[in-house]
Structure formats: structure tokens, C-alpha cells
Design a protein around this ligand. Structure first.
Ligand code: UGA
Length: 434
């Protein structure tokens, strides 16, 4: 089986490298030559645990992967093409921008020789895969190809494990032939008893958006419950734990915090709603989730600001964590960055440290002062904000932190410490939802 991956972003690279682990030959195609040159030197464009090793292995040992910037030349004898180009939000609109998806589809169409399965791996609104089919069939006969929707459920920071041990694989097809090809690809997972769910193409597309939107709903829900806990003397962690023990609810994605961020939830929640609206359906719950989450980091900034009597001018605050979650250097829609910008706008001086995201953050915002360790970032600071739950923040020497801070106060936006332990050390503590 020879596989072509078009679009070497996060999803494309992880998918291709993991499929290479299964033994398939992979060609990665991307327009960005600089990125390809780096990849050919085993340099991954982003941080993801385990990816460097896979890249090195398949580039230099198994030699099962190749990189090219020429889609036409790479199509020869290809059995499957995964489209994994970006689908960012359109500027000023909530819809997904499908320009790249359709451009790539046209180019694929003009280069199909033998029967080939075209798979949408990018997150695309319902109806997109069928549009791809229309585009391709304008150029070649319908019996020379099939389209499939095969959404991904990879989390940044644990993407390789998510690919190798998924809860399920969704295959949206409209022909037995393409369904068999897809099942063959995922056979190694089927042997590990992973549920492989065959659906219609539209169903598969909606499964992806509904899943992300539902997870986002859980987070927005528990965040609002956290607000109630704070004013009523309850503890949101205990509430979430007890709720989660009900198997109908489940314990995952009930960690209250500064709001969800990243390149997926904020964009997908908005796109899900706008796609539905175009079809005449109002997803009012999804809209409420989006609105609630947009306000969340501002509320957190207000809470911090209130502590300083809303006089933040020249108040130095330390921010630990810039990425939208741990184990990634991705700062897209990161709530830490939103909070930092908000505090800076109100006059604060923000000292920040992140184990991996410093470089990306520096490109986006130069008003932050960047440091190379948590302790360095705490010098002369009037308070510590823990914004991302990186493991190295869980084991901070709090005695040392107390001595370094001008004012020993912690705003723990991820509830990784407790009021009891910090108060015992003489540190004031504000968690989320207690
Ligand atoms: C998410 C989904 O979890 C993946 O299944 C999906 O494939 C991916 O989007 C995608 O569409 O590509 P990801 O954005 O990498 O993955 O990260 P998550 O672990 O889902 O976290 C998203 C945000 O929610 C983060 O800001 C995180 O801090 C926040 N979060 C998560 C909470 O605030 N509380 C929680 O309990 C869980």
C-alpha cells in the first residue's frame, strides 16, 4: 500500500509517521520547501513527545518515508491520498476556510492514474468531502476514485499514543471498495481490538465536530460550575470527581481552568455552529459554549486584577506556561497568552516561562519578558500565575518561590497545588472553583 499525505502539518505528519510504523510507504507533500528541507534533516517543525524518534527511524532506518513539494510527480502508483492541509477560521467569520482543501483536490484530480482513495483527514464541515468528489469528478471518471472521510482524534502532546491506541476509528465511505481499502490500512489497530466504525461520509464529518464540541461543552460547563463553587464555598474538583464517577457522565474533560484553547476546539466549535446555521439549524448550546469560553480568560484576568485593587500599573506578575496545554509548544488560541495580553493592557509587567513555547510566544508577543526558568521568572514579582499544568510546575520548590516573590501569592489556574499546602508555607493561594 502506497500512501500520499498532502499537508505536512501536525495531523499529516503524525498520521504519516504512524502509518509508516504499520509498514506502509509514505510520501509527504507540502508546498513549504523550508519545512520539507528541515524534515529531511530529521528536524520536526513543532514539539510533540516521541515524534523526533519516529521521524528519525523512518527517514534513516526503515527509509519508508519521502518528502516532496511536487504533488503531481508524487501521485504515481498511489493507492490512498490523505488530505491533511490546514482549515483555519476565515478572517472575520466563523467558517472553516477550505481554499487549500479544494485547491489540493483539483491538483489530485489531474494526476490520478490508477484507482485511488481520497481521504479527508483535515477537519472539514459536513458536505466538504462530497464537494471534493464533485471537484475531482469534473476531471476524471467516477470509477477511478472514491472519497472517504476519516477524521482524526489526536490530542497535541499525546498524538502518537492517540493514533496507536485510539478509542475508535471512523471511516465514512459510500463504496464497499474504499471501505475495504481503509479497513486494510487500519488492520493493525483492528487486531488490537480497536472499534472501526463504518458510517456514511456525512456522518463521519459530523462525528468529528460533535465530538470536539461536546468535549468543549464539558469544559465550559465545569468552568461555570467552578464560578458557582467559588462564591458558595464548594470545591469544583470534588464536584467534578463525584460527577465523573457516574459512568453516564465520565470523569474526563471536567478539569476546571482558564478556558479551552488550542488550534482545534475554539475553531471547530465556531465552525460547527456556522455550518449548522447555513443548513438552517441553530446549535444554541454550541453557541453558548463558545461565548462562555471567550469570556473565561477575561474573567480570570479580572479576578487577578481585583486582587491588586485593579491597580496593575508596574505590578510584576509571573506567568508559568504559555502553550495552550502541556507537552506542546503550540500557543494558538492559548488562554495564557490571552490573559497575559489582558494584564499587560492594564499596566502589568508580565514575566513568563514555558518549557517549550518561548520561541513561538516571542514571535507573537514581545511585551512579555521571557525567562529560562520558573524561578528566574519569579524574581521581583508580585504574584505567580500558573497557567499551564506542565509537569515541571507540579514539583516547584514552594519555599524557594515564597522567598523569591515580593508578595507570596499564587493564582493556580490549573489546580495543581492546594490552598492547604500553600497556606501552610505562608503563601496566599487562589485556585479555580474553591
Ligand atoms: C482536541 C481533541 O481532544 C482531540 O480529540 C482532537 O483530535 C483535536 O482537538 C483536533 O481536533 O485535532 P487538543 O486541542 O490537542 O485536542 O487538546 P485537548 O487535550 O483536547 O485540550 C484542548 C483544551 O481544553 C486545552 O486548552 C486544555 O487545557 C483544555 N481542557 C481540557 C480543559 O480546560 N479542561 C479539561 O478537562 C480538558
Amino acid at each position: 500500500m502506497k500512501i500520499l499525505i498532502v499537508g505536512v502539518g501536525y495531523v499529516g505528519l503524525v498520521t504519516g509517521l504512524c502509518l509508516s510504523e504499520f509498514g506502509y510507504q509514505i510520501i509527504f507533500v507540502d508546498k513549504n520547501k523550508e519545512k520539507l528541507d528541515n524534515l529531511k534533516k530529521s528536524k520536526c517543525p513543532f514539539y510533540e513527545p516521541g515524534i523526533d524518534q519516529l521521524l528519525d527511524k523512518h527517514l534513516n532506518e526503515t527509509k519508508r518515508i519521502n518528502f516532496s513539494s511536487n504533488l503531481s510527480n508524487s501521485m504515481k502508483n498511489i493507492d490512498i491520498v490523505f488530505i491533511s492541509v490546514g482549515t483555519p477560521s476565515r478572517r472575520l467569520e466563523d467558517e472553516a476556510d477550505l481554499t487549500s482543501v479544494f485547491e489540493v483536490s483539483k491538483e489530485i484530480a489531474s494526476n490520478i492514474n490508477n484507482y485511488c482513495v481520497i481521504v479527508t483527514k483535515s477537519t472539514v464541515p459536513v458536505g466538504t468531502t462530497r464537494k471534493i468528489k464533485e471537484i475531482i469528478s469534473q476531471q476524471i471518471n467516477k470509477n477511478k476514485f472514491d472519497v472517504v472521510s476519516n477524521p482524526e482524534f489526536l490530542r497535541e502532546g499525546s498524538a502518537i499514543n492517540d493514533f496507536m491506541r485510539p478509542d475508535r476509528v471512523i471511516i465514512g465511505t459510500e463504496s464497499k471498495k474504499s471501505e475495504e481499502v481503509m479497513k486494510e490500512i487500519y488492520r493493525p489497530l483492528f487486531l488490537k481490538e480497536t472499534p472501526i466504525i463504518s458510517t456514511s461520509i456525512e456522518t463521519a464529518e459530523i462525528i468529528k465536530y460533535a465530538s470536539n464540541s461536546f468535549l468543549a461543552t464539558k469544559i465550559a460547563f465545569i468552568n461555570e460550575v467552578a464560578d458557582l463553587c467559588e462564591v458558595s464555598g464548594a470545591n469544583v474538583q470534588d464536584v467534578a470527581k463525584a460527577m465523573g464517577l457516574d459512568r453516564r457522565i465520565g470523569s474526563k474533560f471536567l478539569n476546571a481552568g482558564p478556558g479551552y484553547g488550542g488550534s482545534c476546539f475554539p475553531k471547530d466549535v465556531k465552525a460547527f455552529s456556522s455550518t449548522a446555521l447555513k443548513a438552517g439549524i441553530k446549535l444554541s448550546i454550541v453557541d453558548a459554549v463558545n461565548n462562555s469560553n471567550k469570556l473565561r480568560p477575561i474573567k480570570i484576568a479580572n479576578k487577578i486584577s481585583n486582587y491588586y485593587n485593579n491597580e496593575l500599573k508596574n505590578v510584576v506578575l509571573t506567568l508559568l506556561g504559555l502553550s495552550f496545554k502541556p507537552n506542546t509548544d503550540d500557543i494558538r488560541d492559548s488562554t495564557s497568552i490571552i490573559i497575559a495580553k489582558e494584564l499587560i493592557n492594564r499596566g502589568a509587567i508580565v514575566n513568563a516561562y514555558d518549557p517549550k513555547a518561548k520561541y513561538n510566544a516571542q514571535k507573537e508577543i514581545n511585551e512579555i519578558k521571557y525567562f529560562d526558568s520558573a524561578y528566574e521568572a519569579c524574581y521581583q514579582s508580585n504574584g505567580l500565575i500558573i497557567a499551564t499544568e506542565w509537569n515541571e510546575f507540579r514539583g516547584l520548590d514552594l519555599n524557594k518561590i515564597k522567598k523569591i516573590l515580593v508578595k507570596p501569592v499564587i493564582f493556580d489556574l490549573r489546580n495543581i497545588y492546594s490552598k492547604k499546602e500553600t497556606n501552610l508555607l505562608g503563601i496566599e493561594y487562589f485556585g479555580i472553583g474553591s
